[in-house]
Ligand binder design. Structure first.
Ligand SMILES: NC(=O)c1ccc[n+]([C@@H]2O[C@H](COP(=O)([O-])OP(=O)(O)OC[C@H]3O[C@@H](n4cnc5c(N)ncnc54)[C@H](OP(=O)(O)O)[C@@H]3O)[C@@H](O)[C@H]2O)c1
Length: 166
């Protein structure tokens, strides 16, 4: 369940990154965008050239007084993030929580939580940051837009999983 090492991703998987971009960017309503909500360290980890994540509304959680200009909206807590999203809800289709550890945990505990889209990497990597335990009331479901077969890149196998809270 590792997700990070020394402020970076433990692996480089182009197809998985493309899947992340596709899933978090695509909207049914072309007049709307998705929000990507992340912790401050995850924002810091994004390479400058990919910041903000394109065609998505970037929101960063921090307890510090930060200002990312027009690149990202700063929020001080998950309730504060939800308040801001409520104000712009006509422009927003989905909210994707994209890490790190504590933000994932808080999001999964939220009554507004919908689904967990998790990529399970079938190889051991050294990690210092981990995905929180998946609660027992989460069940595997299918999503027609998510490939079900085993993926492979650079000899590394991985599978896309989707969980719903029951
Ligand atoms: N594999 C993946 O899919 C994936 C996804 C995301 C990240 N990662 C990796 O994970 C690592 C970063 O994750 P992380 O868990 O260390 O950090 P993180 O969650 O990205 O950031 C932690 C920071 O976010 C802020 N924060 C978190 N929850 C908050 C809340 N409820 N209210 C206000 N501020 C809040 C705080 O910022 P302040 O300290 O500024 O107050 C906190 O120090 C990196 O290695 C990254 O590459 C991997």
């Amino acid at each position: 369940m590792g997700i990070g090492i020394k402020g970076d991703l433990p692996w480089r998987l182009k197809t998985e990154m493309e899947y992340f971009t596709r899933m978090t960017t695509e909207t049914k309503d072309k007049n709307k965008k998705n929000v990507v909500l992340m912790g401050r360290r995850t924002w810091d980890c994004l390479p400058e050239t990919y910041r903000p994540l394109r065609n998505r509304i970037n929101m960063v959680l921090t307890s510090q007084l930060m200002n990312y200009g027009d690149k990202a909206i700063v929020c001080t807590s998950i309730p504060n993030a939800l308040e801001i999203i409520t104000k712009i809800q006509n422009e927003v289709e989905r909210v994707w929580v994209i890490g790190g550890s504590k933000v994932y945990k808080e999001a999964m505990e939220s009554p507004y939580f919908g689904r967990l889209y998790l990529t399970r990497i079938r190889k051991r990597f050294e990690c210092d940051t981990f995905f929180p335990p998946i609660p027992n009331n989460f069940v595997l479901v299918q999503d027609p837009i998510v490939p079900e077969d085993i993926q492979e890149e650079k000899g590394i196998q991985f599978v896309y999983e989707v969980y719903e809270k029951r």
